[in-house]
Write a protein that binds this ligand. Structure first.
Ligand SMILES: [Zn+2]
Length: 373
C-alpha cells in the first residue's frame, strides 16, 4: 500500500523512508497509509491465513523476507481454572523462531533489502535478536545485535548460532537501544526492532484472530507488554478492519506487565505519561523500562475501554506451569497474558463470565529447566 512516515508526536512527515525516528523531535514514526490504494484480491477472505496473505496491508510490494511466519493456531481450551470463560489461546510460539517477533522481522528485513542495505542492527532482550538474526541469515545479510544485561543466556547463544555478531551492553534494554541506534548511524546499518515497520508486520496477529473467529469479535484480548509494539499493532489492525466494515465493535484490550517492570500499568493508572523504571523481573522478554510504543499503547487501552494489569513474577511462573500442564509451552514473558487473565479473574471474575477471551501466548524460547526449577 502507498504510505508515508509521520512522526507520532510532532506529526511532521519524514522525507527519508529509511529513518527510524523523527528528525525534528526524535520520537517514533508511524506508517500512514493512503487506504485508497489498498488493493485486495476478490478471494481475500477465503485465502489461508499467514503473514504473506496480508501483504496488501503492508508498506511493501512483496514480502521478500517471508519465511512462513504467521498462520498460527488459535486453540480453544476448557480449563478448570478458567471455568465459565470461553478461552482462546493464540499460539505465537509456533512461528519460525518461536515468538511473534517473526511477523515483524519479515517486514523489516524486506524493507532492509528493498532499501539496499547489506546489514542490520537491533537491540534485544533475546527474542527480537533471535528473530532478526534468523531472518538476516536466511536472506544473506549481516546482523549485529546489542544485548541487554538481563538477556537470557540461552537466547544469546542461539543468536550467535544464527551467525549474528553479539555486542553485550552492561545495562538494560534502553541502553542497548541507544547503542544500536548510534551504531546504525555510524556504520550505515538498517535499524530493526520496535519501530514503525515492525509494527506493521505485527498487526497480523489480530487479523488472524478475527479471521479465525469468523469476525465474531472477542470480548477481551490479553497481551503481554514490553515495548508495547504488539499492543499498539493490535490496536491499529482493529482500526483497519473496522474501517473496512469487517468488524463493528472492538475487543477490550488488557495489557499485562510484570510487577517488577510495569511502566505502562503505572502510567495508565495515574493517567500520566510513561516514566522510565529499572526492570527487575524473571520475564526477560518483557523487561523494558521505557516502552517505545508506550504512548500508542495507552491510546489502545483508552480506545478499546481496556485495562492494564500487573502480575507478580511468581504468578507468571505459575501461569507457565499451568499452561504446561495443558501441553501448552510458553516462556515467562509469553505466559504473562495468561497470568493477567488469572489475576483479573481473581478480582473481577464476574466481568469475564461467559465472555470470549483471547490470550496471546507470545513466545517460548527459555530453556525449560529454568521454568520448572
Ligand atoms: Zn517529531
Amino acid at each position: 500500500m502507498d504510505y508515508r512516515l509521520r512522526c507520532s508526536r510532532c506529526a511532521s512527515y519524514s522525507r527519508d523512508n529509511t529513518r527510524f525516528r523523527c528528525r525534528s523531535c526524535g520520537s517514533v514514526l508511524e506508517v500512514e497509509y493512503n487506504y485508497r490504494s489498498l488493493a485486495l484480491p476478490d478471494n481475500f477472505r477465503s485465502l489461508r491465513i499467514s503473514n504473506g496473505k496480508y501483504v496488501p496491508f503492508f508498506p511493501v510490494e512483496s514480502l521478500r523476507a517471508g519465511l512462513g511466519e504467521g498462520g498460527t493456531q488459535l486453540l480453544q481450551r476448557h480449563m478448570r481454572i478458567t471455568k465459565g470463560i470461553k478461552l482462546y489461546l493464540k499460539m505465537e510460539t509456533k512461528n519460525p523462531t518461536r515468538s511473534f517477533k517473526d511477523r515483524g522481522s519479515s517486514v523489516e528485513i524486506t524493507k532492509a533489502l528493498d532499501f539496499g542495505f547489506d546489514r542490520v542492527v537491533c537491540a534485544s532482550t533475546g527474542n527480537m535478536g533471535m528473530s532478526i538474526a534468523h531472518y538476516a541469515k536466511v536472506m544473506g545479510i549481516g546482523a549485529t545485535i546489542f544485548i541487554s544485561a538481563n538477556a537470557n543466556k540461552a537466547k544469546v547463544a542461539k543468536i550467535r548460532k544464527y551467525g549474528a555478531r553479539v555486542v553485550r551492553v552492561d545495562k538494560d534494554f534502553n541502553e542497548a537501544l541507544r547503542k544500536a541506534e548510534a551504531f546504525a548511524l555510524s556504520e550505515s546499518a538498517f535499524v530493526c526492532g520496535d519501530y514503525h515497520f515492525r509494527k506493521e508486520g505485527q498487526k497480523t496477529v489480530i487479523y488472524e484472530i478475527l479471521e479465525q473467529m469468523r469476525y465474531d469479535v472477542p470480548d477481551f484480548i490479553f497481551v503481554p507488554v514490553g515495548n508495547a509494539t504488539l499492543l499498539s499493532a493490535i490496536h491499529k489492525g482493529l482500526m483497519e478492519f473496522r474501517m473496512l466494515g469487517w468488524i463493528d465493535r472492538l475487543p477490550r484490550i488488557i495489557a499485562v506487565q510484570s510487577e517488577g517492570c510495569d511502566p505502562l500499568v503505572r502510567a495508565y493508572g495515574r493517567k500520566s505519561r510513561i516514566s522510565y523504571m529499572v526492570p527487575n523481573t524473571v520475564a526477560d522478554a518483557i523487561a523494558v523500562g521505557y516502552p517505545t510504543f508506550g504512548t500508542q499503547g495507552l491510546m489502545a487501552l483508552r480506545d478499546t475501554r481496556g485495562d492494564a494489569i500487573r502480575v507478580p513474577d511468581h504468578k507468571i511462573t505459575e501461569a507457565v506451569r499451568l499452561l504446561g500442564k495443558e501441553g501448552i509451552f510458553a516462556e515467562t514473558g509469553g505466559a504473562a497474558g495468561f497470568a493477567g487473565l488469572l489475576e483479573m479473574r481473581g478480582w473481577k471474575g464476574r466481568l469475564l463470565e461467559g465472555k470470549k477471551v483471547v490470550v496471546v501466548v507470545t513466545g517460548n524460547n527459555e530453556p525449560r529447566g529454568r521454568i520448572w526449577s
